[in-house]
Design a protein around this ligand. Structure first.
Ligand SMILES: [Zn+2]
Length: 169
């Protein structure tokens, strides 16, 4: 029970650095590896979405990206979690990106229960991406029934982007 309560945990370390984690379950094989994929997706907002799969190393990601405040990425930023979302910056042009790192592999078939957990983790991280975007553009999430669509469509798009990268072999 204690584990379940702590299984989803967010850390906000400041206005320009956001990191969020989903902690791994004991049943997950974190060692499965596919090829390295670090994909960029252009959104309708002034922030790009970058998704790195489990094979991508900190060194490979840190070559092109750092924290939004310029601090270099470290192994510990991505360690011991199923996935994390970081407010980052592309080094080449200073562009703000929301960086998603997923630490498990969906490129191979998994049992239905495990698959459900995996998908739930991706949805969880997609939620963080959407909230980071709204926070960055200083927009508010509208909860009126007839105005909920932008949030929901964007969430759907973010989830699909993350999923597309994570299922790549
Ligand atoms: Zn979280």
């Amino acid at each position: 029970m204690f584990y379940l309560i702590l299984s989803k945990y967010n850390i906000y370390t400041g206005p320009f650095s956001l990191v969020t984690f989903s902690f791994p379950s004991k049943s997950r094989d974190m060692k499965q590896k596919s090829k390295v994929h670090i994909d960029t997706y252009e959104s309708i907002y002034p922030t790009q979405l970058v998704v790195a799969n489990n094979a991508a190393t900190t060194k490979q990601i840190a070559k092109d990206y750092c924290w939004f405040d310029g601090v270099e990425l470290e192994d510990s930023d991505f360690a011991n979690c199923l996935g994390c979302v970081i407010r980052a910056k592309r080094k080449s042009d200073g562009r703000k990106v929301t960086l998603v790192k997923i630490n498990f592999d969906l490129s191979k078939p998994s049992k239905p229960e495990a698959f459900l957990d995996d998908i739930a983790s991706l949805v969880h991280e997609a939620g963080h991406v959407v909230l980071d975007t709204y926070s960055y553009v200083e927009d508010r999430i509208c909860t009126e029934v007839c105005k909920q669509e932008p949030f929901c469509y964007y969430l759907e798009w973010v989830f699909k982007c993350i999923y597309k990268t994570i299922i790549k072999k």
